[in-house]
Each structure stands twice: as C-alpha cells, then as structure tokens.
Design a protein around this ligand. Structure first.
Ligand SMILES: Nc1ncnc2c1ncn2[C@@H]1O[C@H](COP(=O)(O)OP(=O)(O)OP(=O)(O)O)[C@@H](O)[C@H]1O
Length: 232
C-alpha cells in the first residue's frame, strides 16, 4: 500500500530525513519508533506532503505521490492525526467530524454513529466546542475526524502524547478494533513503550533521520530489543 524509497527532506538547507525507506502492506499496523529529535515528525510531515521530498520516491496504492500536494494526498485516502491532535477548537465535536467527512473523495465517508460507537464520550459531548474537551477526548476526536473520511491509511504522530495511561490504552484498543472492522492500515509514530508493544505488528526504528532497524512481529513484546531504540 505504501512504499517510501530513499526519501530526503528537511527545513530549508537543513536535511533531517535521510535516505528513509519503509514499506507497509494493506491492513498492517506498523510503528516508527525512536528517541526525541531523530526526525519522526519530520518524516510524517513529508509523507503527508506538508514538507517537500528533496530526493526519493513515495508510492501509495501504486500511485507516485512524491510531488502530490497535501490536500490531494488526503483525498487519495491518507488520513492524518498530527502531533498535539489538531482539532478545530472553536468548532463543536459534530462540526469537527463533519469537516473530516469532506476529505476523502475515493470512498463514502462513515456515519457519525459508527465513530461514536468507538468513542461514546464524543457522542455525549457532540455539541461541545472541541477546545473545551479534555486531552484524551481531543485525541479521540482527532482520530475520529480522520477515520470518518474512511481513509485507506491512517498516519498518527504520537497520538497519545500527554494523555493518562488508561485513556491511552482505550484509544489503542479502538484503533485495533477499527483496523479489524474496516481493514484500516495504520502507521504511527510513538515513543511510549507500552503503546508500541500493545499496538504494533512490527516496528521500524529511526535514528538520525534514517531507519536503523526493524523489529519483527515476534520481537515486539521483547522489552530489551525495543529499549535499544528508545533510551538515550
Ligand atoms: N520547523 C523546523 N525548522 C527547523 N528545524 C526543525 C523544525 N522542526 C524540527 N526541526 C528539527 O528537526 C529535527 C527532528 O525533529 P522531529 O520533530 O522531526 O523529531 P522527532 O523524532 O519527531 O522528535 P519528537 O519525538 O521529540 O517529536 C530536530 O533536530 C529538530 O530541531
């Protein structure tokens, strides 16, 4: 579904992502792990078209999207949950969801009730402004807004940063459930060991802007292997 080959990107003359290559098959849940500042968010922004790919190639559903603009990538079926959630604070929960419905032009969007089934708290709060929700509810809304557009691939940048552990695990359970229910492919960036182990089918480890290792399915539960890539 997604193939990233030898991608370079950064900010102006500063190169952050170097020779990055990953492959994701339909229906997988894959994480990119690594310490602070290794370039995970920069890579995700490049994947979403928010930063320019200076070299390399990105292919999504057999289509070369290396030069495709961010809004077009969304329409092709790549959903995005940015770091810090990125909900529209002045809009209500249901208005945020409505915005999400407008994005993907490839497939019919989901019904809000389907999304509320995963996150019932959002239904209770559907008339409330998103900016007044708790951090956990904002994370749930951000994910729901991306899901309602019925993307093929959902990309999440540290979806549970700064959220209480019990809510973290609820969100990860729901992402796994959505993966099962609608065959959603998931790529997420994470540093939280528990979440990486609970959600990932396999992991790519990133350091200094490149992939430096891959953790296969059978090793995801191995704390020592993951720790190598996460501790300073
Ligand atoms: N807007 C920017 N302009 C210039 N440099 C930036 C910008 N954003 C990030 N960087 C730099 O790029 C490098 C990688 O940052 P990035 O946020 O991609 O890392 P990360 O692995 O996602 O870290 P974290 O886990 O802390 O979010 C860092 O050295 C950072 O200072």
């Amino acid at each position: 579904m997604l193939k990233v080959e030898g991608v370079f990107s950064g900010y102006g003359k500063v190169v952050v992502v170097r020779d990055m290559s990953i492959t994701i098959e339909k229906g997988e849940i894959v994480s990119i792990i690594g310490r602070n500042g290794v370039g995970k968010s920069t890579f995700v922004k490049t994947l979403m078209g928010l930063l320019k790919t200076s070299k390399g190639k990105i292919t999504f559903n057999q289509q070369d999207i290396t030069r495709t603009k961010a809004d077009e990538r969304a329409k092709l079926g790549i959903g995005y949950v940015p770091q810090g959630h990125g909900v529209f604070p002045a809009l209500t929960v249901e208005e945020n969801l409505h915005m999400g419905k407008l994005i993907n032009k490839q497939k019919p969007s989901l019904n809000p009730e389907q999304v509320y089934d995963y996150f019932p708290k959002l239904k209770e709060r559907r008339k409330q402004k998103a900016g007044t929700l708790s951090g956990g509810e904002q994370a749930a809304l951000s994910i729901s807004r991306a899901i309602i557009g019925n993307p093929d691939l959902l990309v999440l940048d540290e979806p549970t940063e700064g959220i209480q552990p019990n809510i973290v695990y609820h969100i990860s359970d729901m992402i796994k459930q959505i993966n099962k229910d609608i065959g959603l492919t998931v790529l997420f960036v994470e540093q939280h060991m528990g979440l990486i182990q609970q959600m990932s089918e396999r992991c790519y480890a990133m350091d200094k802007g490149s992939i430096v290792g891959e953790v296969k399915h059978q090793d995801v539960a191995n704390y020592e292997i993951l720790k190598r890539y996460l501790t300073v």
